[in-house]
Design a protein around this ligand. Structure first.
Ligand code: GLC
Length: 814
């Protein structure tokens, strides 16, 4: 087709383009190759294609023939080692070849296609449009395949597969959103496209409002683009989803290992006050034996909503209160909003004015918006000196004994919306208007908080929770999904939103258990909790004026069910911590859609009503009212039903019992799950034995067990305990080998208990290092011996007790 004809055809297809200043790339007129970067001159507009790694390519478009400063809020900015990349060209195309990829650049018009090293096409610019611009707007149009599935995009409603809708990135405070609402609080312009089980990822590094059309309104193409800034994207080749997430998190950073207490149960409401109420709350948890590690103080703890202050009537002795709560095993987390009350007599306001830290309008006057305290100024978090100042403000609260910080309203959310577009920010030292940095305001606030707290208390790991964020937010904070609602639709949404965040590099995620707006029925609360105890962040929270929502607030029988659920989380904490550590090292989420582990199985591709914690624990939460059974898909392998110990062989769909008192859980056979007896809070019984839940199966496996002090940074200097645990079974014996402990951390316990499941008969003999272990006839007796074993016939469990020791330990059951 000739050029003119093609343009005509385009106008017929997309009439709106005919009138706008829309343009797409024309012919490649010239090219140069230097430092693994191909620069293309397209008769004015320029394109840069940089090969960063064999599976990672950056593409930048400069419609006016130039590129802005190479600056990114999301990227870690690492130097990529040079790799060898072959360049060949002929009249029609230029081809870049790495060991994993071919990037083919068609000359007329300039279009980019990514192929595997063998030449199979993965991702192709749409012939008609490709990379395009229209005034400040930039877009990229790609071919859409009928069977293409999309994951990622961060905190989005809808389903796990994001296809069929168009999605916007524009951080928005939308209280009481529903399953169709978009956008919400966070922006993650990152997605993964998968076809036939082969996946690639794309990260659009642009902080303006951006739009992702995934087959919405047309199945001819998909597109991504932004209202300003550059078309600057990273292509990451899989084909494995895990590989993509690892690469992506290498680009934008990973979650630092949080303090262990932050994995415990957290209790919040808007708001617990005065002090006596907080003390009663804490004592009630302990009296009732319901585990809890953190209590939150919402906006009423402050003096007139002035951040970094205490209300002297409600909390006259904060230090004493925090010390007493600490003695009961509680950490306290307080809310901090970005809005600083306009009140020159208030020290934060005065300091902010003196340091020129607040955002201004183009005429130089200070920008004022209203939030909780009334008129407020807002720090310009895009400025490094302002972030440093902001970080320093936490000194007082830290000295008082506050353990964690909750950054809210940082979309920014103000009464009536967000900042006017014209608010100025000093992004990279140059004033830009709010449009350019709106989406990173929350990220930069969380960054200021994290860096400040880390500096002020260098011996502790910061815990920061943020509502707004952008790609990379996991470097600084955990994320919760904002103001959800106490209804069943939201229970389902909580699950898919957390999965979506995980598939976007954000592992430490959760939602308001019970729902923020409104009050849940007892049943809904319990089902929310049963999901929440298996999500990375486990926080109960509710709005002002709603019913009591503590785990005991729904009557005795529900209290007992809720206690059981929370205790189960504490039993699983050692496993959870191990999975968190993996996430901190690899970017692979704690909470995983099944497709992440079983990518070749099409039945998992769109499965989003069940998930895995790590690679071995499958959770099938009950998401509908009145349901007491549910279908569960168990992929390939054998799976133990945790409640019945029944073994299923996948792939299979099974209908399982899901009574109100429990959440259906399955463990992949051939796994060792580290566990503990439930405790009331992290660190309550440091010497309690570790329990290794052994789930024998057909496959042999090697799992890891990671432990450290649970806080501080000594682990970075080798003060951790890491051992590999392998499990193998043949006709004669089951063998569990605890590899030698690596690292210098010494767990403070004296014993380890193996809980070997699925023992259909009493073992004839159990040995440790080849030596026969004594058999005892009750669990009580087992408690009193240094080593030995006991067979619990009813549950078909063999308990083996061993002394804790650093060397290799080999256990055999025959
Ligand atoms: C916002 C937060 C909510 C908090 C409330 C009061 O709505 O999302 O969690 O309780 O503000 O601070």
């Amino acid at each position: 087709m000739g050029r003119a004809l093609r343009t005509w055809a385009l106008w017929l297809l997309f009439p709106s383009l005919a009138t706008a200043g829309y343009r797409s790339l024309g012919e490649v007129k010239g090219s140069s190759w230097q430092d693994n970067r191909l620069t293309l001159d397209c008769g004015g507009p320029q394109v840069q294609i940089t090969v960063l790694a064999s599976d990672l390519v950056r593409v930048r478009l400069g419609p006016a023939g130039e590129f802005g400063p190479d600056f990114s809020y999301a990227l870690l900015g690492r130097d990529w080692p040079r790799l060898s990349c072959a360049v060949t060209e002929d009249e029609t195309q230029i081809v870049l070849r790495t060991t994993e990829l071919q990037v083919r650049i068609q000359r007329m018009p300039c279009r980019v296609t990514f192929c595997t090293a063998e030449g199979a096409e993965l991702c192709r610019d749409l012939e008609a449009m490709g990379m395009a611009w229209d005034g400040p707007r930039v877009q990229c149009f790609k071919m859409l395949h009928p069977e293409e599935i999309f994951y990622g995009l961060g905190e989005k409603t809808g389903r796990l597969n994001k296809r069929g809708r168009s999605w916007v990135m524009w951080n928005t405070d939308h209280p009481g959103y529903d399953s169709a609402t978009d956008p919400l609080y966070q922006s993650h312009p990152f997605f993964i496209a998968m076809r036939g089980g082969n996946a690639y990822g794309i990260f659009l590094d642009n902080s303006y409002r951006s739009t992702f059309r995934f087959g919405a309104g047309t199945s001819a193409f998909y597109s991504f683009g932004a209202d300003g800034g550059e078309l600057d994207y990273y292509f990451i080749w899989g084909p494995s989803l895990k590989k993509i997430l690892t690469r992506y998190s290498e680009l934008v950073g990973r979650m630092p290992l949080p303090p262990l207490w932050a994995l415990g149960f957290q209790q919040c409401r808007w708001s617990y006050y005065p002090e006596s109420e907080v003390r009663t709350l804490a004592q009630t948890f302990r009296n009732k034996g319901i585990p809890c590690d953190a209590i939150y103080l919402d906006i009423h703890y402050m003096d007139g909503y002035r951040c970094f202050t205490w209300d002297a009537n409600r909390f006259p002795r904060p230090q004493q209160m925090l010390a007493d709560l600490g003695a009961l095993g509680f950490k306290v987390v307080v809310i901090i909003d970005p809005g600083i009350k306009v009140d020159p007599a208030y020290w934060v306001c005065a300091e902010g004015l003196a340091g020129d830290h607040f955002c201004r309008l183009p005429d130089g006057t200070l920008h004022v918006s209203q939030v909780w305290p009334g008129d407020c100024y807002f720090p310009d978090f895009t400025r490094p000196t302002t972030r440093q100042w902001w970080g320093s403000l936490y000194a007082g609260l830290i000295a008082d004994g506050v353990s964690g910080f909750w950054n809210d309203m940082n979309e920014p959310g103000v009464w009536g919306g967000t900042f006017p577009d014209i608010v100025q920010h000093s992004h990279t030292g140059q004033l830009v208007d709010h449009l350019a940095v709106h989406n990173v305001y929350g990220l930069e606030m969380a960054r200021g908080t994290y860096e400040g707290v880390r500096k002020l208390r260098p011996d502790k790991r910061p815990f920061v929770l943020t509502r707004a964020g952008f790609a990379g937010v996991q470097r600084y904070a955990a994320v919760w999904t904002g103001d959800n609602v106490a209804n069943w639709e939201h229970l389902r949404l909580a699950l898919t939103m957390c999965l979506g965040l995980g598939m976007s590099g954000v592992p430490f995620v959760g939602f308001d258990i019970g729902g923020f707006e409104g009050s849940p029925t007892p049943e809904l609360f319990t089902r929310f909790l049963q999901l929440g105890i298996l999500t990375p962040l486990c926080r109960n929270h509710t709005s002002y004026g709603t019913r009591d929502q503590e785990p005991w607030a729904f009557g005795d029988s529900f209290e007992e069910m809720n206690r059981r659920a929370i205790r189960l989380r504490y039993e699983l904490l050692p496993y959870l911590y191990d999975v968190f550590r993996e996430a901190s090292l690899t970017g692979i989420p704690v909470m995983r859609p099944l497709v992440l582990e079983f990518q070749k199985d099409p039945a998992t591709w769109e499965l989003d009503d069940q998930f895995l914690v790590g690679d071995a624990l499958l959770v099938a939460p009950v998401l509908s009212e009145g349901a007491r059974m549910r279908w569960v898909y168990l992929p390939e392998g054998q799976w133990y039903d945790l409640a019945t110990n029944q073994l299923h062989r996948g792939p299979v769909r099974v209908m399982v019992d899901a009574p109100l008192e429990r959440v259906p859980l399955f463990v992949r056979a051939g796994t060792v799950i580290p566990m503990q007896e439930p405790v009331n809070f992290v660190g309550e019984r440091p010497a309690a034995p570790l329990i290794l839940g052994v789930y024998p199966g057909d496959r042999s496996s090697v799992d890891s067990l990671y432990e450290d002090a649970g806080d501080g940074f000594a682990y970075e200097q080798g003060e951790y305990a890491l051992r590999l645990i392998s499990l193998a079974r043949d006709r004669q014996a089951l063998r569990v080998a605890l590899g030698p402990r690596r690292g210098t951390y010494q767990p403070p316990r004296s014993h380890v208990l193996l809980r070997v499941n699925g023992c259909a008969r009493v073992p004839r003999q159990v040995t440790m290092q080849g030596q026969v272990l004594p058999h005892v006839d009750s669990m009580d007796r087992l408690q009193n011996v240094d080593r030995g074993w006991f067979y619990e016939a009813e549950r078909m469990i063999t308990w083996v007790k061993l002394p804790e020791s650093p060397g290799e330990v080999n256990i055999e059951l025959r």
